[in-house]
Write a protein that binds this ligand. Structure first.
Ligand code: AMP
Ligand code: ZN
Length: 116
């Protein structure tokens, strides 16, 4: 656990969240400010700064985030309608939480991707 990391605190149960999926090494919970009907964050329980450090230090865990997201999509009933998986990195992407997290967005037709 990294001090003052919001998602470490959610993993530790110190900050409440609506948990949808809980595996040995990953946790998925609803985004507090949803940008789609279904907006879920999938995080590694271990603190890693971002997707790149996950890929470098724990590639298997990065893959587990994707399979956890697929399990959430199944549970949300959005496999056939489709969904988007996003890692934000750095200020241009509006990154705000520095514990690696995979956004799962779906449940409705999503807007155009990229600029504004
Ligand atoms: P990012 O901009 O990629 O760093 O995404 C951080 C996400 O965390 C945003 O979509 C926020 O709405 C979400 N978020 C912030 N605080 C919480 C919280 N306490 N519980 C769930 N999601 C949160
Ligand atoms: Zn953390």
């Amino acid at each position: 656990m990294t001090a003052d990391c919001l998602f470490c605190k959610i993993v530790a149960g110190q900050v409440p969240a609506t948990v949808l999926y809980d595996s040995e090494r990953t946790l998925a919970f609803r985004d507090i400010n949803p940008q789609a009907v279904a907006h879920v964050l999938v995080v590694p329980k271990q603190h890693h700064e971002d997707a790149v450090s996950l890929a470098t230090d724990a590639a298997g865990l990065l893959a587990e985030l994707v399979t956890a997201a697929a399990a959430v999509a199944e549970a949300e009933g959005i496999v056939d309608s489709g969904y988007r998986l996003v890692f934000n990195t750095g200020p241009d992407a509006g990154r705000t939480v520095f514990h690696a997290h995979l956004h799962l967005l779906g449940g409705e037709q999503l807007g155009p991707f990229g600029r504004h």
